[in-house]
Design a protein around this ligand. Structure first.
Ligand code: 5GP
Ligand code: ZN
Length: 114
């Protein structure tokens, strides 16, 4: 999608620190990190929200979670702990309408989230 910033990142049209890539997904550092580790994991395919994942395509999110696990190990925070967040639609705070998992870690997290 031409006006989607995450599609532009997939197409290398924006400078971004990419930490993982395969045929289906890509992971890169958040431009405004909320923790020492704040990596975004996205499908390469443009899907605006979680509600738009086609039925029968549930494996896609499992794949994104596997990438989060790998990033947690690579960054040395797997045992300490980390948090995966995904926002859906306005009241959640979603601002980029191309689905993504926030992989957050490297500091103590709090609950409930704001
Ligand atoms: P959301 O609010 O939709 O859950 O998360 C969007 C995230 O994308 C935010 O954490 C924001 O900092 C990040 N973000 C927005 N624009 C860019 C960008 O151009 N590059 C990168 N690396 N991250 C971005
Ligand atoms: Zn997109």
């Amino acid at each position: 999608m031409s006006d989607c910033i995450f599609c532009k990142i997939v197409e290398r049209q924006l400078p971004t620190k990419i930490v993982y890539e395969d045929d289906i997904a890509i992971a890169f550092e958040d431009v405004n990190p909320q923790a020492p580790v704040h990596t975004l994991v996205i499908p390469k395919r443009h899907i605006p929200t979680l509600l738009d994942i086609p039925e029968g395509d549930g494996m896609l999110m499992g794949h994104l979670f596997e990438i989060c696990r790998k990033i947690a190990s690579d960054k040395g925070i797997a045992e300490r702990g980390f948090r995966i967040v995904t926002n859906c639609n306005p009241e959640s705070g979603q601002t980029v309408y191309h689905i993504h998992l926030h992989m957050l870690g490297g500091r103590q997290m709090h609950w409930p989230p704001g």
